[in-house]
Design a protein around this ligand. Structure first.
Ligand code: PLP
Length: 422
């Protein structure tokens, strides 16, 4: 990534970066680019929820939603999300407020009770491993760490995980029980899986008969351009390939309505859905169906969902454009960084010279700009190249975001040139 500079110009560039950094620190900023949270204006788009469902408490089929029961969730809400999540309504569950919670529960249930197609519980096996495409989502890795599941890293390419490696690993190692996938506008790279990647994931041979693809379609409806990127239907593809139980689909409205009070979804084969419902029925007598009703009334139908996401885009797109513009102006041509230009989702990935990410994040923190810790995009928080920084542009106001990215660019120049001088 680095370009050869003659020593004099390198010294000059470093001196300039040091001066810019001193100015940055003197500004005493307090800015936060850590987590991909919706901004208050985005949350405002769903304030209609507070006056819903009004006096109404029955579903379209007349069920009294105030009571216990309805473990599958509200049919009309599942109907609205069926197309976006690519799961037939009858195989889609609407649950509590967090898809991460559903992923957690699926892991716990698979550890403690036999999943369809398995010969024994995962916990009874000597070794359990998951493939972890990197860079990836830190909370997926945290779940594996929490339950002692070994993490095997697989590099991400522009088409999704390196499928040659994935196919080889799952074919030879029966301890590999799953893979984490964020197939559309991935966290944090923004990569969308290619048709070929999806087809190969759906049809590959696995040594483990109970292998599961954790298809976390968290950004299914979160487009940042006028063109909605679509992916093949993984559940249908794996079913057609003879692996109907392979795919666990997850999604939620966390970044559609209210991040802390949305609705999460799980979709899969009928056997898997029955398996999850039977296990969940021991921990709950049913989800919050009144919240699900509020959501169905607010979003109305799939066109309503689309229109709602357009309003999010209007707020988010300028922020992502500002990040791209400032990075290009401040770091373009320096040879010190590359960055992604996502067409959807919530993140930009910034790659800095090897061995520099922690220094950049540290320098930024000293200047009052808090970033996601370097390494968070990799299992155990350790990026072996120390080169990846995740930028989350959604939450700060536009002017604050601009200041933060300008400051971040100063830190990249400082850490990058300092490394070159050594
Ligand atoms: N999955 C991915 C890929 C995410 O990026 C996030 C949040 O950032 C989540 C899941 C969390 O989803 P939920 O709020 O439904 O638990």
């Amino acid at each position: 990534m680095t370009t050869e500079l003659n020593p004099d110009s390198l010294t000059e560039l470093l001196e300039q970066a040091r001066e810019d950094y001193r100015d940055l620190v003197a500004r005493r900023l307090t800015l936060d680019l850590t987590r991909g949270k919706p901004a208050p204006e985005q949350l405002d788009l769903s304030n209609g929820l507070f006056s819903l469902p009004g006096e109404r408490y029955t579903s379209e089929d007349g069920t009294d939603l105030r009571n216990y029961g309805g473990l599958q969730g509200l049919p009309e809400l599942r109907e609205i999300f069926s197309e976006t999540l690519q799961v037939p309504t009858g195989q889609l569950l609407a649950a509590g407020n967090s898809s991460l919670e559903l992923m957690h529960d699926c892991l716990v249930h698979a550890l403690l009770s036999v999943v369809p197609g398995a010969e024994s519980r995962w916990v009874d096996q000597e070794r359990i491993a998951f493939l972890c495409p990197v860079p990836g989502y830190d909370r997926h890795f945290a779940l594996c760490e929490r339950f002692g599941i070994e993490m095997i890293q697989v590099p991400m390419t522009a088409d999704g995980p390196d499928m040659d490696l994935v196919e080889r690993l799952v074919a030879e190692d029966a301890a590999i029980k799953g893979i984490w996938c964020v197939p559309k506008y991935s966290n944090p790279t923004g990569v969308t899986y290619s048709d070929e990647t999806v087809a190969r994931l759906a049809s590959m041979s696995t040594a483990a008969p109970d292998f599961r693809v954790f298809w976390d379609n968290a950004y299914a409806a979160h487009h940042l351009t006028g063109t909605a990127v679509e992916i093949p239907d993984m559940l249908a593809a794996s079913t057609e390939a003879g692996h109907p139980d392979r795919t666990f689909v997850f999604g939620s409205t966390s970044k559609i309505t209210l991040a802390g009070a949305g609705v999460a979804f799980f979709g899969s084969s009928t056997a898997n859905v029955q398996w999850l419902v039977s296990k969940s029925s021991k921990r709950s007598i049913g989800p919050d169906k009144i919240n699900q009703l509020r959501h169905a009334l607010l979003l109305r139908d799939k066109d309503g969902l689309r229109a709602h996401m357009e309003r999010h885009r209007a707020l988010l797109q300028p922020k992502f454009e500002a990040v791209a513009r400032i990075l290009q102006a401040e770091l373009g041509g320096t040879g010190l960084a590359t960055w992604t230009s996502p067409e959807g989702g919530y993140f930009v990935t910034l790659q800095v010279p090897e061995g520099c990410a922690k220094k950049v994040v540290g320098r930024a923190a000293e200047a009052g700009i808090v970033l996601t810790p370097a390494g968070a995009t990799h299992p155990y928080g350790e990026d072996p190249r120390d080169a990846v920084i995740r930028i989350a542009p959604s939450y700060p106001a536009l002017d604050e975001l601009e200041q933060a990215i300008e400051g971040l660019a100063v830190c990249v120049r400082l850490a990058g040139y300092e490394q070159q001088v050594r």
